[in-house]
Ligand binder design. Structure first.
Ligand SMILES: [Zn+2]
Ligand SMILES: [Zn+2]
Length: 264
């Protein structure tokens, strides 16, 4: 069965997401009449007033509403400090809402990002910074109120050299999807995750998105058998009928390095 699915998008995101959904026989239609950046953008032009999850859901519901289709998609990316306070992590969410059947499923990617920012004082620091930028990644250049976006590495190099004559320059990644190869890859991975979840159905009522999201701790220590904080079971719960399954993970025991008794 071929379904037509609508998505509000700028920055070429639909092209990244469409291949994963074609496995389901879904055809993605882009609506570009709506400026999704007014819902909050990480470039900071508008303050955020929703979580990334709410934002993706809202965009998906709007896409369905504005297109008059049953299914809408919404995507949202965000960047934050990684676990343990190290590095920058990218969260990509793609929410799929079926307004006729009343369900929503969200695919996700979460992982380290190459995103960087540099305060530059001279040409030597500039050369060093630019040597680390991966091919195709675009940059933002800031100096006081001056802001220039979407610069190639060569453009950023020339502009920064000019600007350094007036003082320090801040260079950072332009993380909009069409300007960041790594982010495009992460969006594709979130789309693959969404496709897998959409093909996982509740055994009771067949609603999609039946997925063992919830990790339950308690994997026993290999030496003393005491429950550790490692995952022992995973729980899936249907958003429509509430049907729940709890499945044990493949591992039978936790290494004693995770045990509070053996390795306090
Ligand atoms: Zn133990
Ligand atoms: Zn169900």
């Amino acid at each position: 069965m071929t379904s037509s699915v609508a998505m509000l998008t700028r920055h070429d995101k639909a092209r990244l997401i469409a291949p994963a959904l074609s496995q389901l026989g879904w055809q993605l239609t882009e609506l570009d009449s709506f400026d999704t950046d007014t819902l909050g953008s990480f470039a900071g032009e508008y303050p955020r007033f929703m979580t990334a999850q709410e934002c993706a859901f809202r965009k998906a519901a709007l896409a369905a509403e504005l297109s008059g289709r049953d299914i809408g998609l919404g995507s949202e990316g965000s960047f934050s400090v990684g676990p343990f306070g190290i590095g920058t992590y990218n969260l990509e969410l793609i929410c799929c809402v079926n307004v006729a059947e009343g369900w929503a499923v969200t695919g996700r990617f979460y992982g380290p990002s190459l995103a960087r920012q540099w305060q530059l004082k001279d040409a030597a620091a500039l050369e060093q910074a630019l040597a680390d930028v991966e091919p195709g990644q675009h940059l933002l250049l800031q100096q006081g109120h001056y802001l220039k976006k979407a610069l190639t590495v060569a453009q950023a190099h020339n502009l920064a050299l000019l600007r350094l004559a007036n003082g320090d320059v801040t260079l950072s990644y332009d993380l909009r999807a069409h300007l960041s190869p790594q982010r495009r890859l992460h969006i594709q991975q979130a789309a693959d995750d969404l496709a897998r979840r959409l093909q996982s159905y509740c055994p009771e009522c067949s609603t999609p998105g039946f997925w063992p999201d919830k990790a339950l701790p308690g994997l026993p220590c290999e030496a003393c058998g005491v429950a550790t904080n490692l995952t022992r079971h995973r729980r899936a719960c249907c958003q429509h009928c509430g049907h729940t399954t709890i499945t044990p993970v493949a591992a039978r025991h936790a290494s004693q390095q995770y045990c509070q008794e053996c390795n306090p």
